[in-house]
Design a protein. Structure first.
Length: 182
């Protein structure tokens, strides 16, 4: 259901940080904002006003958190490299965003269990990751070439996770899954 990098090929923390520091996630970029809106807009439409959220794996420039704040929500930040305040992982949230993060999980089963624990009943987990669609083209797939991408999901993988955790899953756009905890 998912394709994993071999354990001996996993990048070290230093290698990951070095790669992340090369990413250009410009918070002033209209294109980046449009890209994140693919998740932010449908997520916002499911939320009550002034919901509390967590941008999990927000990176150095948490534009998605800013966008959700502009929509009236309160958003905490967590990123092991750029916003490592683990105290935010002691709270429970109305929503969690996980954009372009799940493919970096070295231990996805543990990460999804943690995310489930951080969700209040009725809360939403919003995931954006490029779905693997063609096994025959996997070796040459651009998304696979990022050395920090270590696990690749198919839409069926996310459906499996939703079933496992009892989440309702909705896919409002390509590569976006909104999952509601029952």
């Amino acid at each position: 259901m998912a394709t994993f990098l071999a354990p001996e090929s996993l990048p070290t923390s230093d290698e990951e940080l070095s790669e992340y520091q090369q990413h250009n996630n410009d918070t002033q970029s209209a294109g980046y904002r449009k890209f994140l809106a693919k998740l932010a807009e449908p997520l916002h439409s499911t939320l009550r006003p002034h919901s509390s959220g967590l941008d999990y794996g927000c990176g150095p420039g948490p534009l998605l958190a800013k966008m959700m704040s502009e929509l009236g929500h309160q958003v905490a930040l967590y990123d092991p490299f750029f916003h490592p305040d683990a105290s935010v992982l002691n709270e429970r949230y109305d929503f969690i965003t996980c954009t372009e993060v799940a493919e970096h999980f070295h231990q996805p089963a543990q990460e999804f269990a943690k995310l489930d624990q951080l969700l209040k009943p009725g809360a939403w987990l919003a995931i954006m990751t490029c779905w693997q669609t063609d096994d025959a083209k996997f070796a040459n797939w651009h998304y696979r070439r990022d050395p920090t991408h270590v696990v690749f999901y198919k839409q069926e993988t996310l459906q499996f996770l939703a079933k496992r955790y009892g989440w309702f899953m909705h896919t409002p756009a390509k590569d976006v899954a909104l999952m509601q905890k029952r």
